[in-house]
Design a protein around this ligand. Structure first.
Ligand code: AMP
Length: 516
């Protein structure tokens, strides 16, 4: 089944329901959105054939969603990449995926214009804000999507590349359908009048979430540039009401800080789905105190989009005491339609209480890494996707992530999971953000060091932090050095870039670094 049929169903059931808005302005209802999508699909069919890849490298715009569904409707494989990437990173995705076209916005068109000469397969760079793009839409009578089977590729998701070279996870129509169905079944169908505010990049979680939200006939709201700040997003959610958002922890923490001053500002928010990076217990506890049970967690990765485990909002609402604390420290329960196991080094299932590789299988899991047979073979083993995350089940089936396997620090032969140390340091009132990494050391192999950002108006006393660690974790785990910094390096999706922290700390090039 072509996943674009999910839009066609909403267009038949609720043709006059609001479908797409820019800021406060409603642009299209569902009948209008379907018409635009099918007209553009017809034009795309004249420049590309089913199975061809098209890159979407642009900021969030209403036409992003139109294009996304039109390309899927035409059987093309979409390759959404973050517009904040450097030109050479976008070029890598174009060349690696063998894309025939690159769609972009007027802010990026010039920088990308020369690429058709450089990337062999690339025939055109098209600015969706130009007349040439509008001219691609052609009225048609037959609106049936190109037939796709479940295994046909639909979306290539380039991993954000916090380590190594980005790899293209191939997601099929069946995978996107499984993701959408699991979303609706585990978190509930949004009620009539609901909207999804896409402040986060459409190339990642927010764009994936658009599929189940379109399937439920909800309004998709694209913020205008002035609505991209926390205050702007809150103003939009107040305007439309019943709003859902996807947010990485960094943005959520900022939103919580604003809403804690005036909780009424967040009255238009129905649910914030958070995920994409660890949400620390202290931060989540503060967020729940300010927003109440309007937070739902999603743990997924490009290779198993949005769907490994999660916590629905009502579960945070009904848990108390120790149960709530355990829930806040976890990434929740296995999602519908997926099987989840913790595997030991021999690939055998580990019992509850024992950490190991988080592995998943099910329809949602990627088919392969694009053109990377070796990486595919070492990641998809015996049908199980090895996520690269180290996790642990408790007796009740609640999953907690210990850390990324690649981030484990081995010091004096002992394993240290940075996440555990970070949780402790973040409980200090002077600490706003922290990242713990291992640095090479002649004596220990690696030593634990922490890069710490102070809360506004506070100063960090590293002896205080050391005392806190001694009270809470084994002595050998505590950082041997602290670096107080103004900010932590982050990827375009807000993920803390540990490899950059490591390299700058090794070279001591971190701005304002103070060794403690
Ligand atoms: P990406 O493929 O770029 O979406 O990155 C996926 C990775 O982000 C996962 O493998 C996890 O390491 C991390 N991640 C995603 N969601 C969560 C979550 N809810 N809690 C902790 N880490 C997460």
């Amino acid at each position: 089944m072509n996943v674009a049929l999910m839009l066609s169903r909403s267009a038949s059931m609720t043709p006059s329901a609001p479908a797409l808005a820019l800021g406060r302005d409603l642009l299209l209802d569902y009948a209008g959105l379907w018409r635009r999508v099918t007209m553009l699909s017809e034009g795309l069919g004249r420049m590309a054939a089913p199975g061809d890849r098209v890159v979407l490298a642009m900021q969030n715009l209403p036409d992003y969603l139109v294009l996304m569904f039109a390309a899927l409707h035409r059987g093309l494989v979409i390759v959404p990449v973050n517009a904040a990437l450097q030109t050479r990173e976008i070029e890598y995705c174009l060349a690696d995926s063998g894309a025939v076209a690159c769609f972009t916005d007027s802010g990026h068109a010039e920088a990308l214009a020369h690429l058709p000469g450089k990337v062999e397969t690339l025939r055109a760079v098209i600015d969706v804000e130009s007349e040439a793009f509008q001219a691609l839409s052609i009225p048609i009578s037959d609106q049936t999507p190109v037939e796709r089977r479940s295994e046909n590729p639909a979306w290539i998701f380039y991993t954000s590349g916090t380590t190594g070279r980005p790899k293209g996870a191939v997601l099929s129509h069946g995978s996107l359908r499984a993701m959408a169905m699991a979303q609706l079944s585990d978190y509930g169908t949004p009620p009539p009048g609901a909207c999804l505010v896409h402040h986060a990049p459409l190339s990642h979680a927010s764009g994936l979430l658009a599929i189940p939200f379109v399937a439920s006939g909800a309004l998709q709201v694209i913020p205008e540039p002035e609505h991209r700040s926390v205050a702007g997003v809150l103003a939009l959610t107040s305007h439309w009401g019943g709003a859902y958002l996807f947010s990485a922890p960094t943005f959520l923490n900022r939103l919580v800080a604003v809403a804690s001053v005036n909780p009424a500002d967040a009255a238009g928010i129905r649910t914030i789905f958070f995920g994409g990076a660890p949400m620390y217990v202290e931060d989540l506890s503060r967020a729940l105190a300010v927003l109440g049970p309007r937070l739902a967690q999603i743990y997924g990765q490009g290779e198993s989009p949005m769907t490994i485990s999660g916590v629905p909002a009502q579960a945070y609402g009904s848990a108390t005491g120790d149960e709530l604390r355990r829930l806040m420290a976890s990434v929740g329960w296995v999602r519908s339609g997926v099987e989840l196991a913790i595997l030991d080094e021999a690939g055998e299932r580990s019992p509850p209480g024992k950490p190991g590789m988080v592995a998943v299988r099910g329809d949602v899991v990627m088919s392969e890494y694009w053109n990377m047979a070796e990486a595919t073979a070492s990641t998809l083993v015996g049908g199980w996707l090895h996520t690269g995350d180290i996790g642990i089940f408790d007796d009740s089936g609640l999953l907690s992530l210990v850390d990324r396997a690649k981030e484990v620090i081995i010091s004096g032969g002992l394993n240290i999971y940075p996440r555990e140390v970070e949780e402790v340091l973040l409980s200090h009132p002077d600490v706003a953000e922290v990242s713990v990494v291992g640095l090479p050391d002649a004596e220990w192999g690696e030593i634990t060091v922490a890069a710490v950002v102070a809360r506004a108006g506070r100063t960090i006393d590293t002896q205080d932090l050391d005392a806190l660690c001694l009270d809470n974790i084994a002595r050998f785990k505590r950082p041997k050095k602290y670096f107080v910094v103004d900010e932590l390096p982050k990827s375009a999706y807000g993920k803390i870039l540990k490899k950059d922290i490591r390299s700058t700390l090794i070279g001591k090039r971190l701005p304002n670094a103070v060794a403690g």
